[in-house]
Design a binder for this molecule. Structure first.
Ligand code: UTP
Length: 289
């Protein structure tokens, strides 16, 4: 079975929930505790065996490309000042030369369209999609759990899901299952932002996918769906007619960092777990409460 080597990371959205700052600062570069959100995403991807990241970018996102390159002057200064651990921190996220690509979406027409923009770089092999809004805190990295499920199901498309309260389901993509037995179950369908009371399950699509390359054919001729956007959910639902899909309820906790309160939760929760900062973070949070 083909190894999952490449991940698409779409970062071309408008980030309206994070305006006004997102007008000039890509929300994916906001710090959670002590490093940018994208640092967590790339770390998770590498731990799952990803060798090449394809960022789908847009205007005002060029800082992302710079983040993953050397900043020679700064590095020289840190070296001269013997700030070795800071320098190591800085270099840790840098990719091997040639192992990141950046393609422009040009217009934010929706997540499906963003993934389609990566088609030439992905080529004809199964690949991962990682939504950078979501930090998934897990002992076994969430994408690694997804790759294992892809292998265990003989190459099925995998959608990572998690439980959500009934009252919130209408804000998410929700999956329909043919049976629910354990954490990895065959899917029969999915629906984007179901009307309240109509959701087919309480499991929402949570930001990591393993997809077979046939998805690109379906995305190429796809009309806009919910919200006037070209939806990845619609293309996946169409691919389900000819390929198997499994929903994997991963073990871990998701933080939606594309949302103001979600970002706050991520900062508090991960600071309270941080090897060096946990004690002072606890003091700070306790004093506020
Ligand atoms: P979201 O809808 O959650 O993010 O898309 P957004 O559009 O940036 O943020 P809001 O909702 O306006 O606040 C999920 C992911 O897909 C990317 C986004 O960057 C985000 O990482 N995306 C979305 C694109 O790359 N292109 C698009 O056209 C839409």
């Amino acid at each position: 079975m083909a190894k999952i080597r490449k991940a698409v990371v779409p970062v071309a959205g408008l980030g309206t929930r994070m305006l006004p700052g997102a007008k000039v600062v890509p929300k994916e570069l906001l710090n959670v505790v002590d490093r940018p959100i994208l640092s967590y995403i790339v770390e998770e991807g590498r731990a799952a065996g990803i060798e090449h990241f394809v960022f789908v970018t847009g205007r005002n996102k060029s800082a992302i490309e710079d983040y993953f390159d050397h900043q020679v002057e700064l590095e020289e200064q840190l070296r001269a000042k013997k700030k070795d651990s800071l320098l190591a921190e800085l270099l840790k996220d840098l990719p091997e030369a040639g192992s990141m690509s950046f393609v422009r979406q040009m217009q934010p027409k929706g997540l499906g369209h963003a993934v389609w923009c990566a088609r030439d770089i992905i080529g004809n092999e199964p690949f991962a999609v990682m939504l950078p809004d979501m930090i998934m805190d897990a002992d076994v990295p969430a994408l690694k759990q997804a790759v294992s499920a892809h292998e265990a199901t003989n190459g099925s498309n995998i959608i990572v899901v998690e439980e959500m309260a009934q009252s919130q389901l209408h804000q998410y993509g929700v999956v329909a299952l043919s049976k629910q037995d354990g954490r990895c179950n065959p899917m029969t369908g999915m629906v984007e932002k179901p009307q309240p009371g109509t959701a087919p399950s309480n499991l929402i699509v949570s930001g990591r996918y393993i997809l077979n390359p046939e998805i690109f054919d379906l995305l190429s001729d796809q009309a806009a769906g919910a919200g006037g956007e070209i939806q990845l959910t619609d293309a996946m639902a169409r691919l389900m007619a000819s390929q198997s899909f499994h929903a994997l309820q991963y073990e871990g906790v998701t933080y939606d960092c594309g949302d103001k309160i979600g970002l706050l939760r991520a900062n508090v929760a991960l600071a309270l777990k941080h090897p060096q900062l946990a004690a002072t973070a606890r003091e700070a949070v306790t004093s506020l409460l």
